[in-house]
Design a protein around this ligand. Structure first.
Ligand SMILES: [Ca+2]
Length: 328
């Protein structure tokens, strides 16, 4: 279903709209009702049950992160869809190119009545393709909106967009070859302070963790399920508007080495609220080397502790140490 509204204006420019969906007219524009965001004043909602009564509200956000009051609830009666677009995508692990190959599969799409005859893709980087299953290679890191458009032999159409986040090549390779990806916002527990999960930061992978600088000693902890025990390096994706930030890292309650106490993270120019300030950093060892840590099979814990300076945290990647060794 297509939902459109008049474009909002702001002196510093409207950057996106937050779209909310509820089942009663008085539902609040709160995170649990957030459906997604759109750069243009139009949104496509697909997972609807025919005949259900729904309500939508929209909130505009400007370049400074200010948000407007939510719109009045728009009542909508969902119609039975004739075409339901669906696709999944995954990284292809074994590839030596510097590009990032992503495989897209739209074979889960359905049409009734009719048969899907055309699958058209817009990969968000200026290139397009056709077919129910297709592979595309991204050259540049960044965030891409991939759009699938379907057409049936009866002329009905369906459409679905998803965001694909492409990291620097070494991150993608590590992720494809046994690296463990943790979203910062999926932290298992925290203490000595209260952080917040924030959505909508520029080029973030999902949400991010912020408000992690006020209390010295404020810690965040992740449970890490490890299938292949061994040595791992740790990389973090962070942004900092401070000159520098200091953090400790403990693995299973211990410092793997003295370098992981009060580690210095250089400022990146901001917190990615207006521009992409993200930076990847592999946790250091002595003399410019990378320090690795031992992870056992089963659940391990990873803890990062605030020792000063603001830091927004997006993701943590545990990289198998064998990947760091360069060929002689
Ligand atoms: Ca994240």
């Amino acid at each position: 279903m297509r939902i459109a509204w008049p474009a909002a204006t702001a002196p510093q420019g409207v950057t996106r709209y937050q779209v909310y969906r509820g089942e009663t007219a008085d539902f609040p524009a709160a995170p649990e009702h957030l459906l997604g965001s759109a750069a243009e004043p139009v949104y496509y909602d697909f997972d609807l049950e025919a005949g259900s009564q729904l309500y939508y509200r929209v909130q505009a956000m400007d370049a400074w992160g200010n948000v407007s009051a939510p719109s009045a609830a728009l009542p909508v009666q969902a119609k039975a869809p004739t075409v339901r677009a669906e696709f999944v995508f995954h990284r292809r692990p074994d590839d030596d190119s510097l590009e990032t190959p992503i495989e897209f599969d739209a074979s889960g799409s359905r049409a009734a009545p009719g048969e899907i005859r055309q699958w058209r893709w817009d990969f968000g980087d200026g290139s397009t393709g056709e077919g129910a299953q297709i592979s595309h290679r991204y050259v540049q890191p960044g965030q891409y909106q991939v759009t699938l458009r379907l057409e049936t032999d009866l002329g009905a159409g369906g459409r679905l967009s998803k965001l694909v986040h492409i990291n620097p090549t070494w991150v993608e390779k590590a992720r494809g070859r046994g690296g463990l990806w943790l979203e910062a916002e999926d932290r298992s527990r925290e203490g000595d302070g209260t952080s917040r999960v924030i959505g909508g930061r520029v080029n973030a992978s999902g949400g991010i963790v912020s408000y992690w600088e006020k209390e010295l000693g404020h810690w965040l902890e992740w449970d890490v399920q490890v299938a292949t025990p061994g040595e791992y390096a740790i990389a973090v994706r962070y942004a900092s508007g401070a000159a520098e930030a200091l953090r400790d890292c403990l693995v299973n309650g211990k410092l793997p080495g003295p370098e992981w106490a009060k580690m210095l993270f250089p400022g990146t120019g901001g917190y990615s609220s207006q521009a992409d300030n993200w930076s990847w950093r592999l946790l250091p060892g002595g003399k410019g080397a990378i320090r690795t840590c031992r992870l056992d099979a089963g659940v391990n814990t990873l803890r990062l502790i605030n020792r000063g300076g603001g830091m927004a945290l997006d993701a943590v990647l545990l990289v198998p140490a064998a990947m760091l060794k360069t060929a002689p």
